[in-house]
Ligand binder design. Structure first.
Ligand SMILES: [Zn+2]
Length: 329
């Protein structure tokens, strides 16, 4: 069989599921389909979401499944890549474990399937077509609702013994610090994710400080624990010189720098690729993180490391998932 021109990538996140048909030679999305995500009480419901975006992306691209090398899925959660199993994810009730995603996809579409962690697919996308191109040793860090990371060594993603390598969001930046979502203490994610920054800003508003954020988000209730402050709002607030948001961003950037400096000393990568909506939108966060990384790392390693922004934006995950699917095919 001739080598397929396309593969399908699915990026299964906590708030949205994006499916895309990707042209493998150029790393370009030729058709995409997106749906909102939520919590799922069964494996079938979760699989249905995947089928929906795969079918939608194929229709949008006007491509047949027989022209695709395979389907790759990246999901925020623990994955057994070897067996194509989703072991567990925050989006799924705890009663559903060991969901055979790979097998289900293969049965339905008759093409090979690959299941990975969401950060690993994004790192693969950046490695092949984005900011990690032509660089064999780099780390990827994505900042969003949480903080995820991946280590690329000699062009391959390092899975680690139990598949957890690269979890920089759960490195300790303050031994007596805030409790993290994972239950640990003082982890980077509890200080510098967009969720963590949102909590700090809402806390300042509750204490009576004034911020442009309340103008930018009409009806914002600072006591609402589910309120989210999106990257675009933070960008506008920083541009307007808003003190509350700028302090929060500078503080978060410092913690990111502490975490990255640890990684620079320990792994000594050639390059650090920083991604995620808030890095993309808020230059102050990127610049502060870069400055603290160089300041805190060992002098030579800190001076030599290249620190760049991810290049594929929202597409790094789907492109990477498609590439991985084509490699297992
Ligand atoms: Zn943690």
């Amino acid at each position: 069989m001739a080598k397929a021109k396309y593969a399908i990538g699915v990026d299964f996140g906590g708030t949205k599921v994006l499916g895309a048909v990707v042209d493998l030679a150029r790393g370009k999305v030729v058709g995409e389909y997106k749906v909102a995500s939520s919590a799922y009480d069964s494996g079938e419901a979760l699989m249905d979401r995947i089928y929906e975006v795969v079918d939608g992306a194929l229709a949008a691209a006007d491509v047949k499944i027989t022209d695709c090398a395979g389907i790759g899925v990246g999901i925020a959660g623990q994955v057994d890549a070897e067996r194509g199993l989703l072991i567990g994810t925050a989006n799924l009730s705890r009663s559903v474990v060991d969901l055979p995603m790979g097998e289900n996809i293969q049965k339905r579409y008759g093409v090979p399937a690959a299941i990975r962690n969401d950060v690993q697919i994004a790192a693969k996308g950046e490695s092949k077509f984005g900011a990690g191109k032509k660089c064999d040793d780099f780390i990827c860090v994505f900042i969003g609702t949480g903080i995820g990371g991946a280590i690329v060594r000699k062009g391959e993603i390092l899975p680690g013994f139990s598949g957890n390598a690269g979890e920089i969001g759960h490195t300790t930046v303050d031994a007596n610090g805030r409790i993290c979502g994972c239950g640990g203490r003082g982890h980077l994610e509890a200080y510098a994710s967009r969720t963590a920054m949102t909590k700090v800003i809402l806390g300042e508003l509750r204490r009576g400080r004034k911020s442009i954020v309340t103008d930018l988000i009409p009806g914002l209730d600072p006591t609402d624990n589910a309120a989210a402050i999106k990257s675009g709002v933070m960008k506008k607030a920083v541009k307007a010189g808003d003190a509350v948001v700028m302090e929060t961003v500078v503080d978060a950037g410092k913690y990111i720098g502490m975490g990255l400096a640890t990684v620079v000393n320990f792994v000594n990568p050639q390059r650090i690729v920083l991604g995620g909506g808030v890095i993309d939108s808020v230059d102050l966060l990127f610049e502060t993180a870069e400055a603290w990384t160089r300041k805190e790392a060992l002098p030579y390693a800190g001076q030599m490391v290249e620190i760049v922004k991810a290049e594929l934006g929202d597409y790094s995950g789907v492109v990477g998932a498609a590439v991985i699917a084509s490699e297992v095919a």
